[in-house]
Design a protein around this ligand. Structure first.
Ligand code: CUA
Length: 163
């Protein structure tokens, strides 16, 4: 069982930002059950945040059977770095109408950068069978014009309740 897990990790470790030895060492891995309590994935840190040089990072959690946040607003025409993890089992999300996809793995962070050229709405269905509610598991990405994004409050970026 452990060997199988290690074999999977050693072939897929390039998809997550924690090297395999972090899993072996234990200490630094994310605790899937405690994501909301401390660290990068506490609730106030989820959604889209602007960093240096107007870079945008989106943090989200996949869990049975929702994405948290359910809807995220991001600016069009800007590279968006997604950092996602799972609170339980493996989920795979895609952005409907694009080739973009990401795997959410418990205990690790998956990172990828995508650019959405135009404003629009993208459904985010789960593509990995993750349990009874799998078929209803979907989030949403609202891509808005850059100026509009700049004027949104953190709460509005996290809920898509746009003014
Ligand atoms: Cu999550 Cu299927």
């Amino acid at each position: 069982m452990t060997l199988v897990a290690l074999a999977i990790l050693s072939t897929r470790y390039d998809m997550v930002d924690l090297p395999v030895w972090h899993f072996l060492g234990g200490g630094k891995a994310l605790d899937p059950a405690g994501l909301h309590l401390q660290g990068e994935f506490v609730e106030s840190n989820l959604g889209a945040a602007e960093g240096p040089a107007r870079s945008v990072t989106v943090r989200m959690i996949a869990q049975q059977f929702v994405f948290v946040p359910q809807c995220i607003a991001v600016p069009a025409g800007v590279p968006i770095t997604f950092r996602i993890t799972s609170a339980d089992v493996v989920h795979t999300l895609s952005f409907l109408g694009t080739d973009y996809g990401l795997k959410a793995v418990p205990g690790a962070v998956t990172e990828a950068t995508f650019t959405f050229a135009k404003a629009g709405e993208f459904k985010i269905p789960c593509h990995e069978f993750c349990g009874a509610g799998h078929y209803a598991m979907r989030g949403r990405l609202d891509v808005v014009p850059r100026d509009q994004f700049a004027s949104l409050l953190p709460g509005e970026r996290r809920t898509c309740e746009l003014p």
